[in-house]
Every structure is written in structure tokens, then in C-alpha cells.
Design a protein. Structure first.
Length: 673
């Protein structure tokens, strides 16, 4: 019994034996102790003889200090002749620690210690478990972690050396909550060595089951740094709630400090839709944070091949509700030689090509706790040029206001101005009102252009760009002026007057564009048609001369123009002319005198390649379009005459050796000319 109340009692077997005069001691019995700062317990020690190794079992009552409790299962020990002692027990811990609390932590302890052999604990595989662990906002429920030593022991220290510790984890799984959000963390394996740890095939699930944050990584490495933890990861993929974006090929650095997680790195971002609306984009500056109840991510997305900046994106997601939003900011995508829309999205394939212009705009995607996703946006372009199924388009200016950005839907009444469209005949300065519908449908509400002194009106139609299909467009012609029409096509030697109305039904498909059943009718009052060009009379004969003399001043009361055929191929124009009257030339007076009592009606058919006919007619007046392709330099280049002459001289020197006789051929006959 000690003065402070400590007491110990030895009983049973041989008890304590003191050998005099050697001073050797033998303990073989039961020691009970309590009070005065001593642990309460009993130790049964066996020692067969003085100096022999001791062994035994110690039963220690639990320690308590405030809310903390430490309990040891019966401690079994056995000394060896090398001076070491083997120990095995189970440590049970309850109570608070800095920024957290643990309940029913169970740690098996097996090892040995000695002044000559050092310390080694955790020499065999064991299972660490707990009922509950809380660290700040993180709570982990009942868990069992199988651990095995790396090397001879999990914790070791050679005599006079530093302490070392390390363990292997086999398929660890942690489940609990982060704040109010469910959490599950699993890995195929892991290692902890000193302040460093590694996890393979990491799988993280955070948030509500209907809209979780998912993060999978092939490898994650970390170090305990001060009061925080930081490291790197690679081969990761992730989704955030109902955000319609999938992130892959993620790699970078992560850090946990004061309970907040931050990630910086790069990744590929793709569309989560089963039918992706855009191709993957790359970001090298993504910043992700998990703080409190919010997940936030931001970065710049670029086209992987060209490095073109496509959009800046910012995401915010609330874990407790599963709701959030994403903001898209497109500062200006420049389409041209380095980038085309079909490199960003499949939705433009077969719709537009050869785009030259810039698109700017903003979009917003919202998702609710019920999983409902809505999206809006506004995107604009000014003066864009492109190729479309119905012909080249220049100077397209429009602002598209999406009511459903992901579904590519808009409200009615969208407006676009177009400098020119050329489906075969050039039309300029048009205005189109339209609506985008789900399924890549475009509803054209109305289009209108000034056209040949009148107006060209595109009637309402729906175009399907979701699958290969014929695009049917019906144009209404109002007040076409025949003189303006003939002059615009460049038909030299032809003059016409009259005003026409009608319709031009057009179909565009994979084979090109064509007019089917087009018809133009002259307005009351008729008009005139005159051919003033040169005619080679030697080849016409008398009746041919009479016919062309009649055409020098032909007047009509009514004319119907019927149009059918391919714009790029065979085309047929049929003219039905009624109420024909002839002019005042000499030949026409004779014909008019012979036919003045007969009703005269003309039916004219013109067949040929439509665009080629127009190009040929223009070449008569302006031959530059024919000459240009065979010139060595541009026709309008400075000094073109001198350059052409020099080029021809070089060509003759190359083809005709100076020492050879230049062969000539007799002049061609008249018929050959």
C-alpha cells in the first residue's frame, strides 16, 4: 500500500521470490492492483525459475478521462531468451479527438518489443473496424478494413532508429455522409507508408442516389502535409448530378484542407446524351471544389485538334438537394480554315459547310432536385458565309434565342438577314423568319427578298435536318420585271418587258436542287420581247431570216413560263405566248399583213443545263470568266499583258528547239473556219 492510496497484492503459486545474496527475483503468481494512479487490473505471471522468460495474461480495466474511453482485451505476453517480449491484444477506443470523434474503434495489436530487438507491431494481417467516425462534416458509418503489413510489421523501430509504419489495404470500402449527403468510397487496393498513401481503382459516389457526384480514378496518391492532405490523381472520369456533361481523361492535383476539397487539372468533356450533340472538348485549367454543401467547377473548353477556344463553363451543384446549374460563355468561335462546325458537332453534317464567320453567345443549363433539366441560351453571328443544301449563302446575320438549348428549340419568330443566296438564281438582301423545333427540324415561317424588280417570298415549310430527306421550298414570285431579269442574267442582244407573278416549287436533296412545276404568268397588259443581236444569215435560210426579223420586235398580250428540271443539270423552260403582235420593221409589216386576221400563238421550249446556259450567255458579254482559268496569272494583276507575252515566249522556246525547222500547215478552208 502506497501513501497515495495505490495498492498491489501478490498471491497464488510461488508468489515473489527474492534470492539473496545474488539479488535475483522470480515472479510466479497473481498480481492485483488499483488506486493511486495505478491501472485497475490483474496480471497472472508465470516464471518457471529465476532468470527464465516470463509469460502471462493481463486483464486491465478500461481507462476513462472525460468523454474518452480506452479498453484493452486481455493482454497476452511471453518473453523470449533474446530479451524481446511478444504481445497480443485488442485496442478498443471511444471518444473525441481534434475536430472529430470516434466510436467503437477496434484495433488488433500483435507484435514484440525489446531493448535489443526494437519494436515491431502488426506482424500479421488484421481487421480494423469502427462503429462511427466523424471528422468535421465527414461521417463514416460501420466499417471493416482488412490490413496487412508491408515488410515485417505495420509499425516498427530498430534500436536507436526512426519509427516506420506501413500497411496494405485490400478492397477498402467507406460509407457514410458528407454533411447531409450520402457518401461511398471504395478502392481495389491501397497502401499507406509513413505520410504517403496510394489507392488503386478509386470509386467515389457523393450525393443523392438520383443525382450523385461520381468520381472514378485509376490511381490516387496523397501525402499528409501539416493539417491537410494533398496529392495527385490520374485516369479519372466524373459526372456531376444531372449535368448533361461527362468528364474523362482527368488528371491533376487535389488537396483537402479544413474539410474542403479542391482539384486542379485537365480533362475531356463530352455530351452524356445517348446520341451526343457535340464531340469531346478539352480543358487544361479546370478547378473543382467541394466545400460545405456545394460542388463547383469551372474551366475553358477547347477544340482538341486546333486548340480553338469554344466556351468557358462554370458549374454549381448543391449536394443536399441535387439541384444546380451550368453557365456557358462563348466569347467567339471563329470558323474558317482551321475549324468547321462539323468538327464540333454532328448536327451540322449535311446542313452547312465551308463556314466563314464567328459565333458568340451565352447559355444556361438548370437541373432540379426532381431531375428535371431545362436550358436556355442566346447566340449570334454577323456576316457569316456558308454553303447550304439550297446553295451558297453570304452575309448571314441572326440572333438565335433558345427556349431549350439542349433540345435546340426556339420560340417562333426568330429572324435572320441574308446578303445573298444562290440556289441557281442569285437573290439578295433577304429576311427569313424561322423557328427551330426538336429533332433537328427547322420551321421556315416566311422569307422575303427583293427580286428582279419585284419580290420573292418563301412560303411556310418545315425542313428536316435530322435525317437525309428532300427539302421542299416553295417560292412565290410577285412583280418580276422581265427587263431586270434579262439584264441581270447578262443575255446580250435580248430585250424584254412585262411583269410576272407565279410560284417556283423547289426540291433539294442529295442529288442537288430542281424546280418541279414552276410557273410564271404575265400580268394584264402583256409585254414585249426583242432580239437585237447579230444573226449569221448564211446559215438560216429565208424562213429563218423571217423568224428572226419577227423576233426583233415581238409584242404579246399574255405569256406563261413553265419551269422544270435540275438546277445543275438538264433544265426545261416552256413559253406559251398568246396575243402576239409584231412591230414596225419592214419584214414584220409584210408578215403582219399576211397574218393579221389569224390568231398567232407561240410555243417555245428551251432545254439545256441551266447554270451552263447562264454562264455561256454572260461569257458573250464578258469573256473574262472563260479566259481566267487558263491564264498563268490573275487577269487583273498589274502588267498582265507583259506577263502573258513573257509566258508565251517561254512556252515557245521550250516546245520548239532553235535549230529545228518550224513546220507550218496550209490555211484552213472556208468550211473548216
Amino acid at each position: 500500500t502506497g501513501p497515495s492510496g495505490a495498492r498491489a497484492r501478490v498471491s497464488g503459486r510461488d508468489g515473489v521470490t527474492y534470492y539473496w545474496p545474488t539479488g535475483r527475483l522470480r515472479v510466479d503468481g497473481l498480481i492485483e492492483m488499483a488506486g493511486g494512479g495505478l491501472p485497475t487490473g490483474r496480471v497472472d505471471i508465470r516464471q518457471p525459475r529465476s532468470g527464465a522468460p516470463m509469460s502471462g495474461v493481463a486483464e486491465i480495466a478500461p481507462y476513462r478521462a472525460g468523454q474518452s474511453r480506452l479498453e484493452l482485451a486481455p493482454i497476452r505476453f511471453a518473453a523470449a531468451r533474446d530479451g524481446s517480449t511478444a504481445v497480443s491484444t485488442v485496442l478498443l477506443v471511444d471518444g473525441p479527438f481534434e475536430d472529430g470523434r470516434v466510436r467503437a474503434l477496434r484495433v488488433p495489436l500483435t507484435g514484440r518489443f525489446g531493448s535489443r530487438t526494437g519494436v515491431a507491431f502488426g506482424t500479421a494481417c488484421a481487421e480494423i473496424s469502427w462503429a462511427h467516425v466523424q471528422f468535421r462534416a465527414l461521417q463514416i458509418g460501420p466499417t471493416r478494413l482488412p490490413v496487412c503489413p508491408i515488410g515485417p510489421a505495420m509499425v516498427s523501430q530498430a534500436p536507436g532508429g526512426p519509427a516506420r509504419w506501413g500497411a496494405r489495404l485490400s478492397r477498402p470500402v467507406l460509407a457514410g455522409r458528407l454533411g447531409n449527403s450520402p457518401l461511398r468510397l471504395a478502392a481495389s487496393s491501397g497502401r499507406i507508408e509513413g505520410k504517403r498513401f496510394d489507392l488503386d481503382a478509386l470509386a467515389l459516389r457523393l450525393g443523392r442516389a438520383t443525382s450523385p457526384v461520381i468520381f472514378d480514378a485509376k490511381r490516387l496518391q496523397g501525402d499528409f502535409v501539416g493539417r491537410g492532405v494533398a496529392g495527385t490523381f490520374s485516369g479519372a472520369s466524373s459526372t456531376i448530378g444531372n449535368v448533361p456533361l461527362a468528364m474523362s481523361d482527368i488528371a491533376g492535383r487535389w488537396r483537402v484542407y479544413k474539410g474542403d476539397l479542391t482539384i486542379d487539372g485537365g480533362m475531356l468533356v463530352a455530351d452524356r446524351s445517348p446520341a451526343p450533340r457535340f464531340y469531346p472538348l478539352r480543358s487544361d485549367d479546370v478547378r473543382f471544389s467541394l466545400a460545405g454543401d456545394f460542388v463547383r467547377a469551372a474551366g475553358t473548353l477547347k477544340h482538341p485538334a486546333s486548340g480553338t477556344r469554344v466556351t468557358d463553363i462554370a458549374i454549381e451543384h448543391r449536394l443536399s438537394t441535387g439541384a444546380g446549374h451550368a453557365l456557358l460563355d462563348v466569347p467567339g468561335i471563329r470558323f474558317g480554315e482551321n475549324l468547321q462546325p462539323e468538327e464540333l458537332t454532328r448536327l451540322t453534317e449535311g446542313v452547312i459547310a465551308l463556314v466563314q464567320g464567328t459565333v458568340i453567345g451565352k447559355g444556361r443549363i438548370d437541373w432540379s432536385s426532381e431531375g428535371k433539366v431545362t436550358s436556355t441560351g442566346e447566340f449570334s453571328t454577323v456576316g457569316m458565309d456558308l454553303a447550304a443544301p439550297f446553295g451558297p449563302v453570304t452575309g448571314l446575320t441572326t440572333t438565335v434565342r433558345f427556349t431549350d438549348l439542349l433540345g435546340l428549340e426556339t420560340a417562333p419568330g426568330q429572324s435572320a438577314t441574308i446578303a445573298s443566296i444562290n440556289p441557281g438564281i442569285l437573290v439578295e438582301n433577304g429576311v427569313i423568319r424561322y423557328q427551330l423545333l426538336r429533332g433537328q427540324l427547322v420551321k421556315v415561317e416566311r422569307g422575303e427578298w427583293p427580286f428582279m424588280g419585284g419580290r420573292l417570298i418563301l412560303r411556310e415549310t418545315i425542313l428536316n435536318f435530322g435525317r437525309p430527306s428532300a427539302k421542299r421550298l416553295t417560292f412565290e414570285v410577285v412583280g418580276l420585271d422581265a427587263k431586270t431579269f434579262v439584264d441581270s442574267l447578262g443575255f446580250s442582244g435580248i430585250e424584254a418587258t412585262g411583269v410576272f407573278d407565279g410560284v417556283l416549287p423547289m426540291i433539294f436533296d442529295e442529288s442537288g436542287g430542281r424546280i418541279v412545276g414552276g410557273r410564271l404568268d404575265s400580268r394584264p397588259g402583256g409585254g414585249s420581247l426583242a432580239y437585237t443581236g447579230v444573226v449569221n444569215k448564211a446559215n438560216l435560210g429565208m424562213m429563218g431570216n423571217i423568224a428572226f426579223d419577227a423576233l426583233r420586235d415581238l409584242r404579246f398580250r399574255s405569256m406563261v413560263v413553265r419551269l422544270d428540271g435540275e438546277l445543275a443539270g438538264e433544265f426545261t423552260t416552256r413559253l406559251t405566248i398568246d396575243g402576239v403582235a409584231l412591230g414596225q420593221t419592214g419584214t414584220q409589216k409584210i408578215i403582219r399583213g399576211l397574218l393579221k386576221k389569224l390568231p398567232l400563238k407561240l410555243n417555245v421550249s428551251i432545254r439545256g443545263p441551266f447554270r451552263a446556259l447562264i454562264a455561256t450567255a454572260k461569257s458573250f458579254r464578258d469573256p473574262r470568266t472563260v479566259i481566267q482559268p487558263v491564264l498563268p496569272v490573275p487577269l487583273d494583276a498589274p502588267g498582265i499583258v507583259t506577263e502573258v507575252r513573257r509566258h508565251e515566249e517561254q512556252k515557245q522556246q521550250t516546245q520548239t528547239p532553235p535549230d529545228e525547222e518550224i513546220k507550218t500547215t496550209p490555211p484552213a478552208t472556208t468550211n473548216e473556219r
